[in-house]
Ligand binder design. Structure first.
Ligand SMILES: [Zn+2]
Length: 712
């Protein structure tokens, strides 16, 4: 699965502020030209380290894509048949637990490649075929859990009470845990019942998602009603639909934000929000009730107090109570800052309306947040672009990542390119020359390509049966502004934050040394996977880091003016209270729905969620049902808390660099990160890995400080 990040924070802007206690940096790396090498040499060198570097063979026709799906399913079935045919006396770790990981590995690598093709192929038929192939493999893989013969072999091995340690023990425990979570240790009739409920649930989740996708709602405004909304937006095709009539779509996030952030008239902002918060309501509220009741029922049958407990068991947070307590603690901590921000918004509203008794409503926060940025901080992010030509940023980023993680990147020629400008880089250990992996860069938009920013694992790291370690291969798929005839690709500051973030995921994939595919690379709990990359976003806010590469492309002696960067930081910090209270309201509503809704009170879905949203953020508009359009409830059920959770860990982890002698250039801290976080992946409990990296227990303080919460 690709690690999809930007855009996952819903329609809210990612906000991370560099800490202020920077230490002096002795040697700042100067961007050097990127060396080129030969892929064959790199692969031969891997052999000396008992490793394999394989360049993936990409399917290029619809027939090849379809054949891959059939081949993977056949090979998966053969692998499962081999395990299922074992007699109780024949079972051991290798032919059961490890063999299951091997089966999963083949499926995962093929699916990874097909997902990349689905998102990047220049041929629409091939993209469609890849999408179909993925669906086919997914449907087949649902049945793996319920292969009774395979489960019997695993149980027979478990009955030998093996004495395992470390990664082997974790693999064994988690394999059994998966079977328990699928209901396989229940009596047969209950097992069938759970399987049936799970199938019903999957169908309903698909319905919910489809209803979200197909919900559309046009809203008509006059020019006067849209005062403040940028002209160039209103001039876009399809918006002006009649004499003094402008049609905006409440379901298009971009349209929605244009109104919420810019429309001067309160009534316009309110109208847009009310419509947005009722999208898919009639279709989805009945579906959501059924989903929540089914989830609750499944969780109870499997022995959990709630679905939230079931879902969080396999994440870092481990149970619902810890997630709720974390969110409540932040909620309370943010109160003074939240109050202060609301008062600042209110003063702006008084100035605009002349009404000294005015109050701030939920449809006012984006508008006055934007006003505050424009008036108080005078922020113009566009003027920063000249400092971030793509090539310069890439070189600078390479220099930093090579330095802190002890690596060497070499450009090599890809044997196959899915687009002309595709680049391939080989990563080695700087000291020993050990080959570590490959990454592709597909960085600019084109027709039919994936339209966000993500890291796609292709070949995951794994210790193969022959004793050799398969080194990983991944791709960054991004959409930075393409170069123009008269000027290079000029990135926004947000783009720079994004590339530091995404490249962190590539490091997570490539630097792995986990032996099993289940644990390698980014296969860590979902409430942790973003944290290392969120930590690396701090680099893009640091003046010293930026000065090591960013310079005006027309006159490279010109660096980013310090006051502009400071204004940008201050303006982000200015609305952190409002931003996080809204995030927490989503997280807490999600957790409440997954702990408090049962078959007996399903009608409370809307009142319960509205109550929490209103208490934690600001009162929702009356007669709305935000949760009907809350896509996170299906894919990430009881998982929204994970954004703030990972943000908090990221801030804590960043202190390891901020307090180090060389700050964000510190090699010791970087190497500790490589060893304790990236190399181990999920082969060890990430709670332990984070503490080993930090050299102390975790703390929430750095995060509170970062978002402007005074110490209590
Ligand atoms: Zn990410």
């Amino acid at each position: 699965m690709p690690v999809v990040c930007t855009g996952m924070r819903w329609q809210l802007i990612p906000i991370l502020i560099a800490a202020s206690f920077l230490t002096a940096c002795s040697t700042i790396p100067k961007p050097k030209p990127i060396p080129t090498g030969s892929l064959e040499q790199f692969q031969r060198r891997a052999e000396k380290f008992n490793e394999i570097v394989t360049v993936p063979t990409f399917e290029t026709t619809t027939n090849e894509v379809a054949a891959t799906a059939d081949k993977v399913i056949a090979s998966g079935n053969a692998g499962l048949d081999r395990i299922g045919a074992l007699k109780p006396g024949e079972v051991n770790f290798t032919n059961t637990i490890r063999a299951l990981d091997d089966v999963g590995y083949i499926i995962q690598c093929a699916e990874n490649r097909l997902e990349l093709i689905d998102q990047t192929s220049t041929n629409a038929d091939v993209r469609d075929a890849a999408g179909d192939a993925i669906k086919k493999i997914d449907q087949w893989s649902v049945g793996i859990d319920y292969r009774q013969d395979v489960y019997a072999a695993v149980k027979a091995y478990a009955a030998t009470q093996p004495q395992l340690q470390g990664e082997d023990k974790k693999l064994f425990d988690e394999t059994l845990r998966d079977y328990r979570r699928a209901g396989l240790n229940l009596p047969k009739d209950q097992q069938d019942e759970v399987e049936k409920l799970r199938q019903q649930l999957t169908a309903l989740e698909t319905d919910f998602d489809n209803n979200v996708t197909k919900a559309t709602q046009p809203l008509k405004f006059t020019k006067a009603e849209l005062e403040g909304v940028p002209e160039d937006f209103l001039e876009q095709q399809g918006i002006e639909t009649g004499p003094d009539e402008y049609t905006l779509m409440a379901n298009i996030t971009f349209h929605y934000l244009m109104v919420e952030e810019n429309a001067k008239l309160e009534e316009t902002r309110k109208r847009m929000m009310v419509v947005r918060c009722n999208l898919a309501r009639e279709d989805n509220i009945p579906v959501l009730k059924k989903i929540l009741v089914l989830r609750d029922e499944i969780a109870h049958k499997l022995g959990y107090a709630s679905y939230a407990d079931y879902a969080t068991e396999i994440r870092m947070v481990k149970n619902a109570a810890t997630a709720i307590a974390f969110e409540r603690k932040l909620e309370a901590g943010l109160q003074p800052k939240f109050d202060k921000e609301l008062e600042e918004f209110r003063q702006l509203k008084i100035k605009e309306t002349g009404d000294t008794n005015t109050t701030i409503h939920i449809w006012d926060t984006s508008y006055f947040g934007n006003e505050l940025k424009k008036t108080k901080y005078n922020v113009d992010e566009e003027q920063l672009r000249v400092y971030f030509p793509y090539q310069r940023v890439l070189k600078g980023l390479f220099a930093i990542y090579q330095r802190i993680f002890g690596l060497k990147f070499e450009r090599v020629v890809p044997p196959y390119k899915w687009i002309g400008g595709l680049q391939l880089y080989a990563v080695s250990d700087a000291k020993t020359g050990e080959p570590l992996g490959l990454f592709y860069l597909d960085m600019f938009p084109r027709e039919g390509k994936y339209n966000h920013f993500a890291e796609f694992g292709i070949t995951e790291g794994k210790l193969l049966e022959n004793g050799k370690y398969q080194r990983p291969v991944c791709a960054l798929v991004c959409n930075f502004p393409p170069p123009q005839p008269d000027k290079p690709s000029l990135m926004s500051h947000e783009d720079v934050v994004t590339i530091f973030h995404e490249f962190g995921h590539a490091m997570h994939t490539i630097l792995t040394r986990a032996r099993y595919s289940r644990f390698s690379g980014t296969s860590v709990p979902t409430d942790f996977v973003e944290a290392p990359s969120q930590m690396l976003e701090n680099w893009a806010w640091d003046k010293k880091v930026l000065d090591s590469f960013a310079a005006d492309y027309r006159d490279p002696t010109k660096k980013i003016p310090e006051d502009v960067l400071n204004q940008l930081k201050a303006s982000r910090l200015a609305t952190e209270g409002t931003f996080y209270r809204r995030q927490l309201s989503f997280g807490l509503a999600d957790l409440a729905l997954h702990t408090q809704i049962h078959a007996t009170n399903a009608d409370d879905v809307v009142p319960l969620s509205n109550k929490i949203l209103s208490e934690v953020s600001l009162p929702v508009p009356t007669n709305t049902a935000f949760v009907a359009y809350f896509g996170h409830l299906t894919g990430y059920g009881a998982g929204y808390y994970g954004y703030a959770w990972a943000d908090a860990i990221a801030a804590d982890m960043a202190t390891a660099f901020e307090r180090a002698p060389d700050g964000f250039f510190d090699k010791m801290a970087g190497m500790r990160m490589r060893k304790e976080i990236y190399e181990v992946g999920d082969s060890r409990d990430v709670n332990i890995s984070i503490e080993k990296f930090l050299g102390r227990p975790r703390s929430l303080d750095p995060f509170l400080k970062k978002i402007g919460v005074e110490k209590q």
